[in-house]
Design a protein around this ligand. Structure first.
Ligand code: XUL
Ligand code: CO
Length: 438
């Protein structure tokens, strides 16, 4: 294994909660069996190429604060090759089974469609070699349809068909790359698919174009042998004022309306969920209830901010609630938990990238342990089920089956009189979660 870029860091190992070593896992013990799967199989961690290896943490007010030793060449393709070496060294040392990328993260845009395709193909064949020698796999690929100025009014929702065609060229190449690398999913995050102002926007036409574009992408992917899930990643705003894939509920409706429900699922991101005014668990549950929870972008928004901070997931409660939804739907595969997260701009040491992933992986591993314990050993599920017991038999069950009319409800109400008051016991539910945090 190359040790060129992180020479002072050894492969991170599980050492348990008694260790003093900050470069060790305290909870993530990949082969530990939890219920019917190992931790590795439950969590399916992936590293996000863009936050970890591309952006040196510049913000709108200043330059980057991280100094990436893989970005020292004058030629962008040479930088891309060094970046790939660094990325695979990192994946291996952090012991992540998967990674995710945008086309432009791994290979630079060229001066024409053909040159961009050639750049991507060249890096993809190198990535394939790295995957084969390390065993690291691709959780999902995607196309960046938001950074280039041509996409300022959107890609597949752009009023200009010429721009939409460029989006199509990029998605085609990104699907080719994903299939070549054995990617298990393919993601569409809306990027600039939304509007800056409604006054100049034909929203219906733009949404229909988005649907048409996604059906074309689906059909092309299936034609070249892509068997995985297509995933839409909801986000309510940023960079557009309004993003069309606002939240899980909006995306569920859109996928059904556009005839995409059989092939597409949802990639829920914590920070996007809270920007939509929900909790992480809410958007996960909404997607799961629709049979559409496909994957997760594991990160953490800041409740004091109205933008996408993409912190590493260190909130234990959030991870417990997330893992409870995931366990109850029988797992996240073929999706996974992708760390769409960046270290703070003030975390300027290269080692901070390791520390951030270690605490993110440990928080989810701990969340998994606690969530599993609650679901298996507490009366949480029974308590919840009992709130709905009146629908399990008798007239309640007839109502659920659709065999009562509104007049029946009237007669039942008149007959039974005022219902007994039943406490919702929210604090008791909260107490139960706390009691299982050991
Ligand atoms: C942007 C975001 C993206 C997607 C992939 O907020 O989350 O990085 O995950 O395009
Ligand atoms: Co994301």
């Amino acid at each position: 294994m190359s040790t060129t870029f992180f020479p002072n860091i050894n492969p991170i190992q599980y050492e348990g909660t008694d260790t003093d070593n900050i470069f060790a896992f305290r909870y993530y013990d990949e082969n530990r069996q939890i219920g019917d799967k190992t931790m590795k199989e439950h969590l399916r961690f992936a590293i996000a190429y863009w936050h970890s290896f591309c952006n040196e943490n510049a913000d709108p007010f200043g330059a980057g604060t991280r100094d990436f030793p893989w970005h020292k060449h004058s030629n962008p393709m040479d930088n891309a090759k060094s970046r790939l070496e660094a990325a695979f060294e990192f994946f291996t040392k952090i012991n992540a089974p998967y990674y995710c990328f945008h086309d432009r993260d791994i290979a630079p845009e060229g001066s024409s469609v053909s040159e961009s395709e050639k750049n991507l193909q060249e890096i993809v064949s190198l990535a394939k070699e790295h995957q084969q020698s390390t065993g690291v796999k691709l959780l999902w690929g995607t196309a960046n349809l938001f950074s280039h100025p041509r996409y300022m009014n959107g890609a597949s929702t752009n009023p200009d068909f010429a721009v939409l065609c460029h989006g199509g060229a990029q998605v085609k190449a990104a699907l080719d790359a994903t299939v070549e690398l054995g990617g298990e999913n393919y993601v569409f995050w809306g990027g600039r698919e939304g509007y800056a102002a409604l006054i100049n926007t034909n929203m219906k036409r733009e949404l229909d174009h988005l649907g048409q574009f996604l059906r074309m992408a689906r059909d092309y992917g299936r034609k070249i042998g892509f068997k995985g899930n297509y995933l839409i990643e909801p986000k309510p705003a940023e960079p557009s004022k309004h993003q069309y894939d606002f939240d899980s509920a909006t995306v569920v409706g859109f996928l059904h309306q556009q005839g995409l429900a059989d092939d597409f699922k949802i990639n829920v991101e914590q920070n996007h969920a809270i920007l939509a005014g929900h909790t992480f668990a809410h958007d996960l549950q909404t997607a799961s209830d629709a049979g559409m929870l496909g994957s997760v972008d594991a990160n953490l928004g800041d409740n004091q901010n109205g933008w996408d901070t993409d912190y590493f997931p260190t909130d234990l409660y959030d991870c417990i609630h997330a893992m409870m939804v995931i366990l109850q739907q029988g797992g996240i595969a073929p999706g996974g938990l992708n760390f769409d997260a960046k270290v703070r701009r003030t975390s300027s040491d290269l080692e901070d990238l390791f520390i951030a992933h270690i605490v993110g992986m440990d928080t989810f591993a701990r969340g998994l342990l606690i969530a599993h314990d609650i679901l298996e050993n507490s009366n949480f599920l029974t308590m919840k089920q009992e709130r709905y017991a009146s629908y399990d038999s008798g007239k309640g069950s007839e109502f659920e089956q659709g065999s009562l009319g509104l007049e029946d409800l009237r007669d039942l109400a008149a007959e039974a009189g005022e219902p007994q008051r039943r406490s919702g016991k929210i604090e008791l539910f909260e107490m139960l979660i706390n009691n299982y945090i050991k």
